[in-house]
Design a protein around this ligand. Structure first.
Ligand code: ADP
Length: 423
């Protein structure tokens, strides 16, 4: 089948972030496909936008640039009229990058002298004011992100943060300008360009700000942002919100949850599911390290339970327990072993007939999608902000299965039960 040309081509620097962006585009009316990495063949589905999910956030910058340019070339070959580089709404990056270097490379490849940068995502309480990024009521560098193990964010001033990552000049389109709407924003862009500015952080404290910003971006070949700005883009292509954009085939089959996330929200969601009295199985990383075939144990247990309704398999634990395991096994070794075990379990569950699967955890999702042999997913209905149901063909389910990939801190406490009701 030959697919029609796509309108919007997106490059996301991590996996659950790609789904978050796709979700916002679908809510604004676009039919969206998310690919796992850069596809080796042309798109074989009808879509208004494609989000290429990379895992480039913390790669050495030369590799991040190379992968992003490969994604750009593929998206251009599918006809993309505008390119969207998507990063985290907490602007996760190191002093070396990768947001600045990837933006530089994409601008050069697209031969464009100006782009914007805004991680604002008011629906998830990420707002930008006077160039400073707030997470909820506090500045980025007081939000806990200052302690992030890979991308500690110690400065909330995004003009300074981005300027440290690029030799091009960074400026600001502040809230006063955004509040005046399209004409004022366009005038400010011209003014900044006359001053030699190549990238501008844009303030946005509400969805109304993002909707005012959208029309001013209609002819910008490249934009860079979190997922928030996506709510305003489909309208530039004459697309209106429609429930059809989120249409997926009817849900069938058995239901299961696998969780390798140890984030605060996931701990609450696991507790909530256990309290509901449904079956759950806790994975002990030390038994995996001792060579026990934990995946086989879990699958034997699951086989007897699945017909009765959704079940949960989890390694989710409180921070003190995780630190104790990491102390004994090493951080990376513990992470990799648990991820691989959960991925094998996910595959086994699909072989047992699971066709509605929830995966909790960003890294865990990456491992599961890989083990399931999924190359692309169509994006459906939102369960909670940033978390939609998706539909994908898998090796063990060539006819397709529903799955949702929940990043650690997303989702309400009853997410694990609520999600199946919305599938
Ligand atoms: P999140 O989205 O919450 O950050 P991730 O899946 O990205 O979740 O990361 C969680 C990491 O912690 C994974 O590498 C996972 O394998 C690891 N992990 C999960 N459970 C445990 C545990 N009980 N002890 C140590 N590490 C764990």
């Amino acid at each position: 089948m030959t697919a029609k040309k796509i309108l919007l081509g997106c490059i996301a620097d991590d996996f659950t972030g790609a789904t978050d962006l796709a979700n916002n585009l679908v809510r604004a009316g676009m039919r969206v496909v998310q690919t796992i990495g850069v596809p080796g063949a042309p798109l074989d589905a009808e879509a208004d936008a494609v989000v290429v999910a990379l895992k480039s956030r913390t790669l050495p910058k030369a590799e991040a640039v190379e992968q992003s340019l490969a994604a750009l070339r593929w998206l251009q070959a599918q006809g993309a009229q505008q390119i969207y580089f998507k990063y985290c709404s907490t602007f996760d990056s190191t002093a070396a990058g990768n947001i600045g270097p990837v933006t530089d490379a994409l601008m050069q490849a697209l031969n464009t002298p100006f782009t914007i940068a805004t991680p604002a995502f008011p629906d998830n309480k990420r707002t930008v004011f006077k160039g400073y990024l707030f997470v909820g009521d506090v500045l980025l560098n007081e939000s806990g992100m200052q302690n992030h193990p890979l991308t500690p964010m110690t400065d909330a001033n995004l003009v300074r943060v981005l300027q440290a990552q690029t030799t091009q000049k960074v400026g600001l389109i502040d809230h006063q300008v955004v509040a005046q709407g399209e004409a004022a924003i366009r005038a400010r862009i011209q003014e900044l360009q006359a001053q030699g500015v190549a990238m501008a952080i844009v303030d946005a404290v509400s969805n109304a700000d993002l909707l005012r910003l959208g029309p001013a971006l209609s002819d910008m070949p490249l934009l860079t942002a979190g997922s928030g700005v996506a709510i305003a883009l489909p309208a530039n292509f004459g697309i209106e919100p429609s429930s059809q954009a989120a249409d997926l085939p009817a849900a069938t089959g058995l239901q299961a949850i696998v969780s390798g996330s140890c984030s605060v929200a996931t701990n609450q969601q696991v507790m909530d599911f256990i309290k509901s009295g449904r079956p759950s199985f806790a994975i002990d990383p030390l038994r995996i390290a001792a060579g026990v075939d934990v995946a086989a144990e879990v699958l034997a247990w699951a086989k007897a339970q699945l017909a009765g309704g959704p079940l949960l398999v989890y390694s989710t634990a409180e921070p003190s327990a995780v630190r104790a395991i990491q102390g004994q096994m090493g951080v990376e070794q513990a992470g990799a072993l648990v991820e691989q075990t959960i991925a094998n379990i996910a595959r086994g569950l699909v072989e047992l007939g699971v066709r509605q699967l929830i995966v909790a955890g960003g890294e865990t999702s990456g491992a599961c999608v890989q083990a399931l042999g999924i190359a692309q997913m169509r994006i459906g209905t939102q369960i909670d902000p940033g978390v939609p149901w998706c539909f994908a063909a898998a090796e063990a389910a060539p006819e397709g299965l529903h799955l949702t990939l929940k990043s650690g801190n997303f989702g309400s406490t009853d997410f694990f039960t609520k999600a199946f009701a919305l599938c």
